[in-house]
Ligand binder design. Structure first.
Ligand code: SF4
Ligand code: FES
Length: 374
């Protein structure tokens, strides 16, 4: 464990798992939390105060769809009063101009709005909700009318990747300042749908080229962030910028985790804000200290010169693909488990299966495709 741990930069407040959309790549767990199990407004107010006292600078209100919570306006106001920079991460499928104006007045600083595609037909098909794309378009207009900066969040995969140039045009028309084009990360629902979502190499190369061209053309007009799928790379992403280094996620139930998928890791008791202070969770808990720094690493990470760059990749992916969260992330070509990833990329060249949509009643019986370690 490092001698001194800096406070987290940001708190991800997952207010609810409820959401009118059913995206097959949702990062929420396959066992979704129901409304009755969610933290109360009073609990969240306390958590926000503890976050500010701990030194957190930003709060990201997320879900599910955070606008499904009636107390969102009050929580934005609370965060603002505590001096926290607040960001709303939303599908834009609930609410509109009236709510956005009120949020802006309460101190909301930024909106991150997701789109499933540039085309309404394909967007609605991916979201599993008819009319979703049109609602999002109106929502984006309301955000701009309220004077709030807008980032479009475009989660890309095999079934929308060819439309990247048109998605960038859409972002320009909607007045976004920034667009985040992020390939699906394969956990939870996305892992269950991996064979339907993993792009082919040809698709990936074309999309990357389109992004590079747009970046040149739109310099100073639109900032384009682009997160490539690590399955196709040679080294892993620095997941969450390292375990317990910058982020603390609070799930709807109050469980605190260093990343959105950590709850799936066996043998770790993740603490709850219902029983522990945020400071205690961040500094003292075994869960947040388990993979901090580099002491926990085995070879090949232990002696690798990238160990403080990517922090050995993703612990949840190591567990999901190699059955042990303490192993090197198998997307790294130096990992002894890398063949699992190579096989998945190869499989993506075939025909994609149908989606398993994210719904409360639709949890797949197994999140691991057959042939992978249990
Ligand atoms: Fe990163 Fe470990 Fe691979 Fe080195 S061996 S690049 S530290 S995952
Ligand atoms: Fe958990 Fe990467 S998602 S460490």
């Amino acid at each position: 464990m490092p001698a001194r741990v800096d406070p987290p930069l940001a708190l991800l407040a997952e207010l609810t798992h409820r959401c009118p959309l059913a995206c097959p790549y949702c990062s929420n767990p396959v066992n979704l939390e129901r409304a009755a199990g969610e933290l109360s407004e009073q609990d969240w107010r306390r958590v926000l105060a503890e976050a500010a006292a701990l030194g957190v600078l930003q709060v990201h209100f997320s879900g599910g769809e955070p606008m499904a919570r009636r107390d969102l306006l009050a929580l934005i106001g609370e965060a603002n009063g505590l001096g926290l920079y607040s960001n709303l991460i939303t599908s834009g499928a609930l609410g509109g101009a009236r709510e956005i104006e009120a949020f802006a007045k309460a101190g909301l600083k930024h909106v991150q709005l997701s789109f499933q595609d540039f085309s309404a037909d394909n967007g609605d098909r991916i979201a599993g909700l008819s009319g979703a794309h049109d609602r999002k378009t109106r929502f984006a207009e309301a955000v701009r009318a309220a004077g709030l900066p807008l980032t479009l969040n475009l989660v890309v995969h095999r079934q929308n990747l060819d439309g990247v140039p048109q998605m960038i045009e859409m972002a320009l028309k909607l007045g976004a300042r920034r667009v985040e084009i992020a390939h699906v990360q394969y956990y939870a629902w996305a892992f269950a749908n991996r064979a339907a979502l993993l792009p082919t190499r040809r698709q990936l190369d074309q999309a990357t080229e389109a992004v590079e061209a747009a970046r040149q053309r739109l310099k100073g007009v639109l900032t384009i962030d682009y997160v490539v799928p690590d399955y196709h790379g040679v080294r892993p992403k620095s997941c969450m910028s390292g375990w317990g280094r910058q982020f603390i996620n609070i799930m709807p139930s109050g469980i605190a985790v260093p990343c959105h998928a950590a709850e799936t890791l066996p043998g770790i008791a993740f603490p709850s804000v219902r029983t522990n202070s945020l400071s205690d969770i961040w500094h003292e808990s075994d869960a947040f200290n388990r993979f901090r720094g580099t002491d926990w690493m085995a070879e090949p990470c232990r002696s690798c010169d990238r160990r403080e760059i990517d922090w050995g990749g993703c612990r949840c992916q190591a567990f999901l693909l190699a059955g042990d969260a303490g192993r090197t992330d198998p997307v790294c070509t130096l990992s002894p488990d890398h063949s699992v990833v190579a096989a998945a990329v190869q499989e993506a060249e075939g025909l994609p299966p149908a989606f398993v949509y994210r719904r409360y009643s639709n949890a797949p019986t197994s999140t691991r495709p057959s042939g992978e370690p249990n």
